[in-house]
Design a protein around this ligand. Structure first.
Ligand code: NI
Length: 210
């Protein structure tokens, strides 16, 4: 097992559409194990194959408490079969060192995939939990999409990218999500206290980074 080099934003590999895995060979299993090693080494919650230079439809996630035992999830050839609700999510990506911004996500998702042994399984994540957001984030990588394409404010996102010497938002890649945005804004209006708490949490995370 080994730690792989993580490809950074700006590399065209991250914008390619990945191919389905036709057989979970020894080589694919080794790649998955290396992806897990790489994700844990980088203290990440998820990692997709294109991020280590392999345009294959594979991602790994672990949303368990970092101080407890590991709980790796492996998704091969995933398909999102249900999605609903909307949530504002403060996200980063191992391919964007330190750059975080607020993005739009579905609150609930159901995904069908194969595990490392080729066995099909279904995983459901609800109420905007970390797993729900991570699945969408990693799934996007397989279609050459990045979290910044879902940003709620492209000017804020651009400032963050600039701060960390990363290339600016690719305007043609921005994803139009008026229904999600509407639902998020309505929630924020209806829950001013929770919204304020969210903002505070983000500020705290930001100040910790400096
Ligand atoms: Ni990512």
């Amino acid at each position: 097992m080994s730690i792989l080099k993580i490809i950074e934003y700006g590399n065209p590999i991250l914008r390619e559409k990945s191919k389905e895995v036709t057989k979970i060979s020894k080589k694919i299993k080794n790649l998955i194990m290396d992806m897990l090693d790489t994700m844990y080494h980088a203290n990440g919650v998820g990692l997709a194959a294109p991020q280590v230079g392999e345009n294959l439809r594979i991602f790994v996630i672990d949303v368990s408490d970092p101080s407890g035992p590991i709980d790796p999830l492996v998704f091969v050839n995933p398909k999102i079969i249900k999605k609903s609700g909307a949530i504002s999510s403060y996200e980063g990506c191992l391919s964007f060192p330190k750059a975080y911004t607020t993005v739009r996500r579905y609150a609930n998702v159901m995904v069908k995939a194969l595990d490392i042994n080729g066995r099909p399984f279904i995983k459901e994540a609800r109420d905007g939990e970390l797993l729900a957001r991570a699945i969408q984030h990693e799934f996007d990588h397989l279609d050459g999409k990045l979290f910044i394409d879902h940003c709620r404010n492209r000017f804020v996102a651009d400032n963050v990218l600039k701060k960390y010497n990363l290339a600016p938002i690719e305007v043609d890649k921005l994803i139009d999500e008026p229904e999600l945005e509407e639902e998020i804004v309505a929630w924020e209006k209806a829950h001013p206290k929770e919204f304020e708490e969210q903002q505070k949490e983000i500020e705290e995370l930001e100040s910790k980074k400096e």
